[in-house]
Design a protein around this ligand. Structure first.
Ligand SMILES: Cc1cc2nc3c(=O)[nH]c(=O)nc-3n(C[C@H](O)[C@H](O)[C@H](O)COP(=O)(O)O)c2cc1C
Length: 207
């Protein structure tokens, strides 16, 4: 068990969650193959930037200046979440699509961990990702299916992929179960297809 996996979930539908079925499939397949740490964004709600925490972030991470204790406290949760992510070789982020994008809590988690100097940086050549050598898996379900003319409405998986790419992750995969509400008769098939892909991916990543 050389690798550590951080599983980040936002599953407000609880036991009825479609997305939870993908998470459970991942956990079952990965059992015994990796050390798993779970970040439940319903329990550990990420902060979003306030005037104080953004000020602290810019002061410290862009200007390289020390922070007052109140500023350190204002950005402490973001720092904790970033440090946690940096301990993981693999990160799995699981969430449903809400209003064509990631739910606000998931976006707030991305905003919390995309800290300059920690997961990405700027050098003379431009942006550089600092998370090289790591893998990211996005697990997502949605009510509709975003193909053909609707493809441009999909911002949940596509945005998540951009965030991980920006941070320099080498392998970024998304496994989705679309059409949960648009075609309920086919929902079990959509989930089953995603579960099969999850098993195959785990066999490859943790071999
Ligand atoms: C508040 C809310 C917003 C949603 N917005 C969308 C949406 O924009 N597009 C879509 O295809 N499905 C949308 N859905 C449907 C869910 O993405 C879909 O039912 C998903 O499988 C729910 O996953 P869960 O059971 O894990 O919560 C929305 C559901 C909720 C509750």
């Amino acid at each position: 068990m050389s690798k550590k996996t951080l599983v980040v979930t936002y599953l407000p539908s609880g036991e009825r969650s479609n997305t939870k079925q993908l998470v459970d499939a991942f956990l079952a397949a990965a059992k015994g193959k990796t050390q798993v740490e779970h970040l439940d964004l319903l329990q550990e709600v990420p902060d979003f930037f306030t005037a104080e925490s953004l000020g602290a972030y810019v002061t410290r991470n862009y200007m390289g200046q020390p922070l007052a204790p109140t500023q350190t406290a204002a950005i402490a949760k973001m720092d904790r979440m970033t440090a946690q992510l940096k301990t993981a070789d693999v990160v799995v982020v699981a969430f449903p699509m809400h209003n064509f994008g990631p739910p606000a809590a998931v976006k707030a988690w991305f905003d919390s961990i995309l800290l300059k100097g920690q997961t990405w940086d700027l050098n003379a050549g431009g942006f550089v990702g600092l998370m090289k050598g790591r893998k990211a898996l996005i697990l997502n379900t949605s009510g509709g299916a975003y193909e053909g003319p609707m493809a441009g409405w999909e911002h949940a998986v596509s945005l998540s992929k951009v965030e991980f790419t920006f941070m320099g992750y080498d392998a970024i995969e998304a496994i989705t179960a679309p059409g949960m509400n648009a075609n309920p008769a086919k929902a079990p098939e959509s989930i089953a297809s995603a579960v099969a892909k999850i098993k195959a991916l785990v066999a490859t990543w943790y071999s």
